[in-house]
Write a protein that binds this ligand. Structure first.
Ligand SMILES: [Zn+2]
Length: 329
């Protein structure tokens, strides 16, 4: 039997990524184009399909060879209805029927999933989770996303909002999150927010070598915090460790819920490599009591980088085909 091919499309607020992935998770082609979100849904839907056509062309197959299409997109969305509801980073989008548009354009079955869930499925299928029984993934970038893979499936939830791990409460008396809830992990552990907290504390007069960067008008980022920590600045060390501890709190909580074989750290902050992994692992061990400590999931770094989204979307299309759960067309 001929090999099967899946088209994966990852719709982001800034870029659209598309690629052809085989049934054995081999990437045959991949490309990225700008989303041009300000031009509205019709324009973006066309760009997504054009990027898909180009990915098919570059892989050397034809559309007839594609078995199905998977799209990963920012939430809130409905997998069941195949619509994007109202994502904060796609202004003006309301109830856009992405799945059916893509499905009709290519005349192939299509599926739509939350981008963080799709990325977790990508890591499970083709990256850090390959061969593992289960995983929980934290995506640490502008916000904190999440995905849970268990028993050969990823968790969507009854209302398609499962695995929003950025909104686990870590400080019930803490700061208010953009979602309206108080004390979310995202407020303390995302790259943007941990840099924001550092900036506020520096402005309030914390002694640190980062004060020079602030005076020079530079935007404090997690990269700057890490650089100063590595040069021996004690405040940079404190804020870096605080962020890692919050991530570890999220990991411990999820271990008690899922007890997955591995916990994957993904997203922009993973560029810090061992400087991120080691302290998170250390706090993870320290926070757990002896009852669970020896039977908890191992924390590892993601392997697919920015490819996880489209690879996972393609994998989600394969999964839908296997369980016969496509709708639309
Ligand atoms: Zn929140």
């Amino acid at each position: 039997m001929a090999e099967r091919y899946y088209l994966g499309i990852d719709l982001g607020g800034t870029n659209i990524k598309a690629g052809i992935v085989t049934e054995t998770a081999k990437v045959l082609s991949k490309l990225s184009v700008t989303t041009d979100a300000e031009c509205g849904p019709d324009h973006v839907l066309s760009r997504m399909c054009e990027a898909g056509e180009e990915a098919i062309k570059q892989s050397g197959i034809s559309i007839q060879d594609v078995t199905a299409i998977g799209v990963g997109a920012p939430g809130a969305l409905s997998h069941k209805k195949g619509i994007i509801i109202a994502p904060p980073n796609l202004p003006g989008w309301k109830n856009v029927p992405v799945r059916d548009y893509v499905s009709r354009y290519f005349n192939k079955p299509a599926t739509l999933d939350n981008d963080a869930n799709a990325a977790a499925w990508g890591e499970y299928w083709a990256g850090a989770g390959r061969g593992k029984s289960s995983l929980v993934m934290f995506t640490l970038g502008t916000g904190v996303g999440g995905g849970i893979v268990y028993d050969g499936k990823f968790l969507r939830g009854h209302y398609d909002t499962a695995a929003e791990l950025g909104h686990i409460i870590v400080e019930p008396n803490g700061k208010r999150c953009n979602c309206g809830q108080i004390g979310c992990l995202e407020i303390y552990a995302s790259a943007i927010n941990s840099a924001k907290i550092a900036t506020e504390e520096l402005k309030a007069g914390r002694k640190s070598s980062m004060q020079e960067e602030l005076s020079a008008g530079k935007l404090i980022t997690t990269e700057i915090i890490l650089n100063h920590k590595l040069k021996g600045d004690s405040y940079a060390e404190e804020i870096w460790n605080r962020t890692c501890r919050y991530i570890a709190i999220g990991c411990v909580s999820m271990d008690h819920v899922i007890n997955a074989e591995i916990i994957v750290l993904a997203g922009g902050m993973v560029a810090a490599g061992e400087y991120l992994l080691k302290p998170v692992q250390k706090f993870y061990q320290e926070l757990q009591g002896p009852v669970f400590g020896n039977n908890s999931g191992k924390i590892v770094l993601a392997e697919l980088g920015n490819d996880a989204g489209f690879v996972g979307a393609a994998g989600a299309a394969k999964l839908c085909e296997e369980v016969g759960s496509f709708s639309g067309l």
